[in-house]
Design a protein around this ligand. Sequence first.
Ligand code: C2E
Ligand code: MG
Ligand code: MG
Ligand code: MG
Length: 275
Amino acid sequence: RAKADGRGTFRRYAAGMDVHMQARQELKVALRNALARNELDLFFQPLVDLSSSRVSSCEALVRWRHPDKGMVSPADFIPVAEETGLIIPIGEWVLRTACEQASGWEGDIGVAVNLSPLQFKDGDLVKIVSDALEASGLAPSRLQLEITESVMLDENEANLHILQELRHLGVKIAMDDFGTGYSSLGYLRSFPFDKIKVDRGFISDLPEGKESLAIVRAVAGIGRSLGITTTVEGVETQEQLDAVNAEGFDEAQGYLFSRPVPAADIPDILRRMGS
Ligand code: C2E
Ligand code: MG
Ligand code: MG
Ligand code: MG
C-alpha cells in the first residue's frame, strides 16, 4: 500500500512539473515576440516626499499585455526574461521609454527604473543608460536606478565598477527591497548609495509589528547618519504612513497614495498631488 501511495505521489508530482514546464516554455515563446508586437507597457507609481507631501519621482513598472492571458505580472515574466536573456532588450526598452516619458513631466520629477543583475553582465549598461539620457534629453540627476542586493553579490568588483561609472553619468543609485537579502549593511559600506528603499515586508505589519518597527527605525537612523535618502515601499494605510513619518523617513510609496498607473495618467496625478 505504501508503495502504491509513493508511486501515485510521484506520478502526480511529475505531471505537475510537466504542466509547469510547458506553461513556462509557452511564456518564453510569447515573451520573445512581446517587444516587437508592442505588448509591453510601462506603468508609473509616484513616490511622495514626506516633508512636502508632493510627488518627488515615479517608479517605472513594466507590464505585459499577453494576447490571451491578459496582464502578466512582472513577478512572473521578469524571471523568464532573465532566463532567456530577453531582459537585455526589455531592460533597454524600459530605460529608453521611462526617460522619454519623464522628460515630458512638469518640474524636476525624477523617474526610477529597476535594473536586473543580468544587465550588469551584458557589458553595455553604461552606454545604454547614457544613450537613453541623450535621446530623451532627460537631466541625468532625474534618473534613479534601482538595484537589488544580488547586484552586489555576484561579480562584486565588476559591478561596483559599473555602479561607479553610472554614478559618473550623474544618475542616482537606489538599493531596492532593502532588508530582504543577507548582509545589506555591508553593501552600504562598499558603495555610496543615494537612496535606500525599505522592503514592503517591513511595512505591512506596522504599526503593531515590534520587530518591523525596530528594523525600520534602525534603517532610518543609518540613512540619516550616512546622508542617504530613506524611502519605504508598500504603504497602504494611514497608520503605516504615520509610523514611517514618526521615524523620519524622507519618502514613501504605496497604494495609499496611488497604485501604478498608465503613463498617460501621470500628468494628472502630478497636478492633483503637486510636484
Ligand atoms: P519593486 O521594484 O520592489 O516594485 C514595487 C512593487 O510593489 C510593484 O509591483 C508595485 O506595484 C508594488 N507595490 C507598490 N505599492 C504597493 C502597496 O502599497 N501594496 C502592495 N501590495 N504592493 C505595492 P510590480 O509592479 O508587480 O513589480 C514587481 C517587481 O517586478 C518589482 O518590485 C521589480 O522587482 C520587478 N520589476 C518591475 N518592473 C521591472 C523592470 O522594468 N525591470 C526589472 N528588472 N524588474 C522590474
Ligand atoms: Mg523597484
Ligand atoms: Mg522595491
Ligand atoms: Mg519590492
